[in-house]
Design a protein around this ligand. Structure first.
Ligand code: SAM
Length: 347
């Protein structure tokens, strides 16, 4: 869908800007936006396989307007997600408009996208040309039968692999691969992923499974913790820890003895990093979520539809982010699963 504006768009404010912070002293500079609730995979650990889209989508212009409000409050990094964001019509135009925005520092935004890679072969080039910086591809197995048992889509392994290679060719780098490990499903893939990282020149990041699935699968035992992943890779290819680049970095990073390849482990369950969280999320229907595990959502889009001004909407965002939860309570007595699952929040 063509956009109307033609000049650079400073996300300027009509009142004195306030940087987004929360009541725990954290600065929030990272926005994740789900631009569709639909997904073309039915990963067994994420979806029951029965439900379709549950939450509405906004127009591309509406996402743009909402994102601009956040950028005006100091957001410097925007990650588009879903559902599956490559299913969304107008994605390339949205990226084009986002690439023209400038953050508080006058710099372009850091623009990233999380995808299952299925449609990336045809979209990597146009997305790069539109101004996307990086993609993260979700990939939960290095062998085709296991991969397709997880996604429940025949032929998906080859499509995803072509997508990864197209993204690398389009210089959407560093190219990150996210793998969610579940004991008994795909934990036999760990060592294979270490080799894959080196052979394909990608950063493989293992993510601990969180209780955010549509069904009821999560137990503490099904989570493969950071320590176990490191021990197993170390046995075949010794790992060397890498220093953290910033305090809010979610992954513990490792390379190998020869410096070729990188592995990251994101351990929200066994080694939670909430204290350094810099994120806020916007769902496909325009609700703010201040934590993956929030019990409450904040209807930003409802206020936009009711005609509130940009100044009022920014004040609402700032007040909402102030109330961001201190941390999640996975595994603790009384833990409550949020009403939305990962596919409907936007991972
Ligand atoms: N469709 C896109 C994709 O596949 O990357 C974006 C949305 S998907 C929900 C985002 C990420 O969340 C994927 O990497 C997926 O593996 C991960 N994910 C889904 N459910 C999860 C869970 N319960 N715990 C941890 N990660 C999960």
């Amino acid at each position: 869908m063509p956009m109307v504006s033609t000049s650079p768009l400073p996300a300027s404010l009509s009142t004195a800007p306030t940087r987004l912070t929360d009541s725990h002293g954290r600065v929030i500079h990272d926005l994740r936006v789900s631009i569709t609730d639909r997904c073309n995979y039915k990963c067994v650990y994420c979806r029951t396989g029965e439900v379709g889209a549950q939450y509405p989508e906004l127009s591309i212009e509406e996402y743009l307007r909402l994102i601009k409000l956040f950028v005006g409050l100091g957001i410097t990094k925007v990650r588009l997600t879903g559902g599956e964001p490559l299913l969304r019509r107008g994605l390339v135009d949205l990226v084009k408009e986002l690439a023209r925005l400038r953050g508080w520092d006058g710099e372009p935004l850091d623009l990233a996208l999380t995808t299952n890679g299925h449609l990336l072969d045809g979209l990597a080039e146009p997305l790069k040309a539109a101004g996307l910086n990086r993609v993260t591809v979700s990939m939960d197995a290095v062998d085709a039968p296991t991969f397709e048992r997880i996604t429940r889509v025949p032929g998906s392994f080859q499509k995803m692999l072509e997508g990864i290679r197209a993204a690398r060719a389009a210089a959407l780098t560093p190219l990150k691969i996210n793998c969610v490990l579940l004991r008994g499903f795909n934990d036999d893939q760990i060592e294979g992923f270490a080799h894959f990282a080196r052979e394909e020149n990608v950063v493989v990041r293992f993510i601990e499974f969180m209780p955010l699935e549509e069904g009821r699968l999560w137990t503490p035992e099904i989570v493969v913790p950071l320590k176990e992943i490191v021990e197993r890779i170390n046995r075949v290819l010794p790992l060397v820890p890498m220093p953290a680049r910033e305090a809010s970095e979610t992954a513990r990073r490792y390379t190998f003895e020869d410096g070729v390849g990188e592995i990251g482990i994101i351990a929200p369950v066994s080694e939670a990093f909430c204290g350094a969280c810099s994120r806020v999320r916007l769902t496909s229907d325009g609700k703010i979520r201040t934590c993956l595990f929030s019990q409450v959502e904040h209807d930003l889009y409802g206020r936009l539809r009711a005609g509130e001004s940009d100044t009022e909407l920014r004040q609402y965002i700032a007040a909402t982010v102030q109330g961001k939860e201190a941390r999640h309570h996975i595994g603790e007595p009384g833990f409550l699963k949020p009403s939305r699952s990962m596919v409907h929040i936007g991972g």
